[in-house]
Design a protein around this ligand. Structure first.
Ligand SMILES: C[S@@+](CC[C@H](N)C(=O)[O-])C[C@H]1O[C@@H](n2cnc3c(N)ncnc32)[C@H](O)[C@@H]1O
Length: 141
């Protein structure tokens, strides 16, 4: 299953960009990173279906890394070809986008800068795939 981060703004050679790259390099699952302009631009259509759409949003459901891994594992086992993760810009996502998403993923009730949220997501993707593979990277508790 392709893990596809779609985010607004350029992460370029920032500290957050270095973190994103560090975790993306460790991923053994197919991974793609698409950047959109801060405003406008078109979210690319999925190359393969079925697809699941996860919106990163502070109004979403906070979950443990194990539960996040289980969700990704279930979608993979159901034959989902692409899981896309949408990260908003300064104004976040609209109500329509929230209503149509398959899942709202929350990194706690605090608001994080969008570039940091992108790097945090990359780490959680690596952690989730490590959990599913039984890799010792993740130690719970
Ligand atoms: C600066 S935040 C936007 C906040 C915006 N005012 C709102 O109400 O959603 C930019 C993006 O970072 C991500 N983000 C920030 N904090 C988050 C959190 N606690 N959980 C999940 N995603 C978060 C979201 O994708 C959000 O759209």
């Amino acid at each position: 299953m392709l893990l596809h981060i779609i985010a607004r703004g350029k992460i370029a050679r920032s500290p957050e960009g270095e973190l994103l790259e560090r975790y993306a390099k460790r991923l053994t699952w197919p991974f793609k990173h698409t950047e959109l302009p801060d405003v406008g631009g078109k979210i690319p259509a999925p190359a393969q279906t079925p697809v699941r759409e996860v919106l990163l949003d502070e109004r979403g459901k906070a979950m443990s890394s194990e539960d996040f891994a289980a969700l990704l594992g279930r979608w993979r086992d159901e034959g989902v070809r692409e899981c896309r993760f949408l990260i908003g810009a300064a104004d976040g996502h609209g109500d329509a986008a929230r209503a149509s998403a398959d899942h709202l993923l929350c990194f706690g009730k605090m608001t994080w800068p969008h570039l940091l949220a992108r790097a945090m997501l990359a780490e959680q993707l690596w952690r989730a795939t490590a959990i599913l593979a039984g890799h010792p990277y993740h130690r719970s508790g």
